[in-house]
Design a protein around this ligand. Structure first.
Ligand code: AMP
Length: 212
């Protein structure tokens, strides 16, 4: 652990939808002064700004499907190159073997944090998830409610249920995860640090820190 603070680590966070990988990736990035590169956030921003990429990506996100590899690869390469010196946490990328192969031509990776949570637990978590329209902060109606209903504690923005957090879409996202993304655990082999993702946020965070 000692020394890591000064080393520009290059990490990937891998895990099923709702495993908490986004929240953990953000915390680890902050702690170690690394860039947090969330492909989901990048795509949602493109959609908000109604760019060409955003228009193409929109229906994939709504339906819980993966945006075509070539589209996300280009954006990931740009973000990775920008953060090469600082180090980065890649959150939600790569999600297919093709993306992982592309990434290997752009950069090396030090470690892949794989957050493992049973599927039943995840369905429970995702069906109550709320996100802030403005800053992307994530809440849960039961486990992490905002102080004031419908309002973000951090920035006062409006809270909403992402289209892809609706029940039908969650099932689809799971299928896609199992068939496309889970095989990356084998692909990364010795680089994988498997983390038990159940329990409180800080408990999981400590497990990740210990693995670095
Ligand atoms: P996330 O916020 O990581 O759950 O991502 C939300 C949605 O964005 C996913 O369900 C996909 O539709 C899309 N997406 C995010 N990352 C990728 C990726 N690496 N490849 C393809 N689609 C992605």
């Amino acid at each position: 652990m000692k020394g890591c603070l000064y080393k520009p680590m290059k990490l990937i966070f891998l895990g099923p939808p709702g495993s908490g990988k986004g929240t953990q990736a953000k915390m680890i990035a902050e702690k170690f002064s690394l860039a947090h590169i969330s492909m989901g956030d990048i795509l949602r921003q493109e959609i908000k700004e109604a760019t060409e990429v955003g228009k193409e990506a929109s229906s994939y996100l709504k339906n819980g499907l993966l945006v075509p590899d070539d589209v996300v690869n280009k954006m990931a390469a740009k973000a990775v190159e920008r953060s090469a010196e600082k180090g980065f946490v890649l959150d939600g990328y790569p999600r297919t073997k093709y993306q992982a192969e592309f990434l290997s031509k752009v950069t090396g990776i030090d470690k892949v944090i794989y957050i493992d949570v049973p599927q039943e637990e995840i369905v429970k978590r995702l069906t109550g998830r709320l996100s802030c329209r403005k800053c992307g902060a994530v809440y849960h109606v039961e486990h992490k409610p905002p102080k004031k209903a419908g309002v973000c504690d951090v920035c006062g923005g409006e809270l909403y249920t992402r289209d892809d957090d609706k029940k039908e879409t969650i099932v689809k996202r799971f299928e896609v995860y199992n068939s496309e993304t889970k095989p990356l655990v084998d692909y990364y082999g010795g680089k994988i640090a498997k983390i038990n993702g159940t329990g409180g946020l800080n408990e999981v965070l400590e497990r990740i820190k210990t693995s670095l």
